[in-house]
Write a protein that binds this ligand. Structure first.
Ligand SMILES: [Zn+2]
Length: 275
């Protein structure tokens, strides 16, 4: 329900400004069989339509390779051999925000790198030359957040989420990103990376997430939280979502006719599944 609610908002933001609404399947990590089809079916059931054919990140590895190669030519990439634990335990410099990569592998010598390569496969990190970056968000205004030497390619060879979405947005011509506000802190990193890759960062709209009764992100263990489960319980899921947003209309098209972002609730939506 949380993801579908965000999808409805993304659709409304796109359509009210005459934009296309694109579907991208972010499947660089292993996905459950059937999950994609279920999600697309759910969108259709809610009455959301989209433009073109969904693209799959798993089929776009060449694009991510090319972006990393470009950054590497610009001297922006270095190998990192740190484990998660080493990063957590490393002493942090005062100007580093909590959780930021402390720069341990930034200036290793060739000999040190050669030695560490025998120990574990390297991740690739961005050599960032800023500590913060500012983005524009339609709900949050001007937002400044931390940028560190974040991962571009994981140690297991998989392109990092932050890299993949920036490359995809640029390649697909995405100029507006509407998503859950748990991703707001990632936006400055992604916008900074976009500028390094020579593209304009999108306009962001980070919308309030759906939470369970204890204030955590809504998840399967909370009960009937999928569209299929709620419909099986006889619940009008579109009405439930529209109501949670203070929107009127029985279909996305009807809601669109009167949609005004200024009237959206700004607090997160607490959803208590029935039963
Ligand atoms: Zn490292």
């Amino acid at each position: 329900m949380g993801n579908l609610r965000t999808a409805l908002l993304a659709w409304l933001w796109a359509r009210r400004s005459g934009r296309e609404f694109l579907i991208r399947v972010e499947d660089l990590d292993r996905v459950r069989p059937g999950a994609e089809q279920r999600q697309l079916d759910d969108l259709r059931t809610l009455g959301l339509d989209w433009d073109g054919v969904p693209v799959h990140q798993s089929g776009r590895l060449d694009l991510y390779d090319a972006a990393i190669a470009r950054l590497d030519r610009d001297g922006r990439v270095y190998e990192c051999f740190c484990t998660r634990r080493e990063i957590l335990e490393a002493p942090t410099a005062p100007h580093h925000p909590p959780g930021a990569y402390p720069g341990t592998c930034r200036d290793l010598t060739d000999a040190e790198r050669a030695q560490r390569r025998t120990e574990r496969p390297a991740a690739l990190r961005l050599r960032a030359d800023v500590a913060t970056f500012t983005v524009e968000d339609e709900l949050h205004g001007t937002y400044e957040g931390a940028v560190d030497d974040f991962v571009l390619r994981r140690g297991d060879g998989v392109p990092a989420y932050n890299l993949a979405v920036v490359v995809d947005d640029a390649e697909q011509g995405v100029d507006q990103v509407v998503r859950g506000d748990d991703l707001l802190p990632s936006a400055p990193r992604q916008a900074y990376l976009a500028t390094l890759l020579g593209t304009r960062p999108p306009v962001y709209v980070h919308v309030p997430l759906a939470l369970n009764a204890s204030g955590r992100r809504l998840a399967k263990r909370d009960g009937a939280v999928t569209l299929g489960e709620l419909r099986a319980d006889g619940i009008d899921t579109f009405a439930l979502i529209a109501d949670s947003l203070g929107l009127t209309g029985a279909t996305p098209q009807e809601v669109l006719a009167t949609f005004d972002p200024a009237t959206l609730p700004t607090e997160r939506w607490v959803f208590v599944p029935p039963g």
